[in-house]
Design a protein around this ligand. Structure first.
Ligand code: NAD
Length: 352
């Protein structure tokens, strides 16, 4: 028996991420998969068969009007993140919302104001902050293992991974907010930023581009980038390089992937006393001319959704900010939007 206060969760958007959040909730004491909402009957039925929620809804306003729902997990397309999150907060629900937090800075700032005014928890989903490699890496950083951090690299590159190539909202700027950068660049950026302790961003220089339009059927609307490269400066002197592609002609340095042709996902952080790499998870140190490589992964790997849900629920119960807090959501959106602005103007964008 657990004495943990039960939180009734309402799941809004029942695709892959909605399912992962529900699997996480179902594994935790005090988390109840209470309600589910999706416009699609097929997705509602699949979810109901898997998790047996007490309530099913097609319209999210109906789910938000249910007083038994304590917190809402938003896994809708990007263009609905802000409106659904604000509606949920205004209905008095705590919110865990998928990435990217919103499609622009003004939206995430209005979420911050609403959540703070109402004393509700808002968290943005970044499950890679909670996998074992990241947890072990963060421990080394927190214990001062790198001392002066001066360079970080976030890589998320795919050979043939244009999501929605057969249609759908991922390739439309008005619905997704951007392409590869806002879709998977957010993973690369956030992982490197979080590993370094979320320093304050100072400036951004970037270029995004679409190079593989020809691989998508001509009738599919595709007005976003499929690659993006950025350099960001942070307070304290850290610089970050980001390399993000949905598609590209890869070298052998990028390993084969079962679904994206070739794919590489890595986070690297250089310090004057050691370097951390998360894939594979190794801590490199150099004494005199001798290099030491120490594997740092601990325990069985998790996809991070479980620890993330546990953190969100603990924040709901205690009122403390979640690890993925709203101030960081604002900074994350500022960095992503500055990447697009710098690309459009050809100039560095200052954030402080
Ligand atoms: N954390 C991750 O690793 C990860 C992975 C994939 C996607 N995502 C994010 O999750 C979100 C959803 O992505 P997806 O791949 O599931 O997209 P999707 O298009 O497959 O699913 C979205 C679902 O929302 C439903 N929906 C749309 N409008 C609705 C409305 N008004 N009311 C109720 N339901 C509505 C659709 O019917 C659909 O089932 C996106 O923001 C995406 O960026 C995160």
């Amino acid at each position: 028996m657990s004495n943990v206060e039960t939180v009734n969760l309402g799941f809004l958007g029942l695709g892959w991420p909605g399912e992962q959040h529900a699997i996480a909730a179902a594994s935790l004491p005090g988390a109840h998969v209470y309600a589910a909402c999706d416009l699609g009957a097929e997705r509602r039925e699949k979810f109901a068969a898997q998790f047996s929620p007490e309530r099913g809804y097609a319209q999210y306003d109906d789910m938000l009007a249910d007083p038994a729902v304590g917190a809402v997990v938003v896994s809708l397309p990007n263009y609905l993140h802000a409106s659904a999150t604000l509606s949920a907060l205004r209905a008095g629900k705590h919110v865990l919302c998928e990435k990217p937090p919103t499609m622009n800075v003004a939206e995430v700032e209005s979420i911050r104001a609403e959540a703070k005014a109402r004393g509700l928890v808002y968290a943005f989903s970044r499950q890679s902050r909670f996998n074992n490699k990241m947890l072990a890496g963060r421990q080394i950083v927190d214990e001062g293992g790198l001392v002066k951090m001066y360079f970080a690299m976030g890589e998320r590159v795919r050979w043939a991974g244009i999501r929605g190539g057969g249609g759908g909202w991922f390739l439309e700027k008005s619905k997704a907010g951007g392409g590869a950068m806002i879709d998977i660049g957010v993973h690369a950026l956030d992982a490197a930023w979080y590993l370094a302790g979320c320093p304050k961003p100072v400036s951004v220089s970037a270029q995004v581009s679409a190079n593989f339009r020809r691989t998508v059927p001509a009738e599919v609307k595709f007005d976003v980038e499929d690659s993006g490269f950025a350099m960001l400066r942070f307070e304290g002197g850290l610089v970050m390089h980001l390399e993000v592609t949905w598609a590209g002609n890869m070298t052998d340095a990028v390993p084969k992937s079962p679904w994206a042709g070739h794919e590489l996902e890595n986070t690297t952080l250089y310090g004057d006393q050691g370097t951390l790499s998360l894939n594979p998870a190794v801590f490199y140190t150099m004494r005199e001319k001798e290099r030491k490589a120490t594997a740092i992964q601990t325990g069985p790997e998790t996809n991070g959704f479980d620890y993330q849900m546990a953190d969100f629920l603990d924040a709901v119960r205690t009122g403390r900010p979640p690890v993925n807090n709203v101030d960081q959501a604002v900074d994350l959106m500022k960095m992503l939007m500055a990447i697009y602005e710098s690309s459009d103007t050809g100039a560095e964008v200052r954030l402080t």
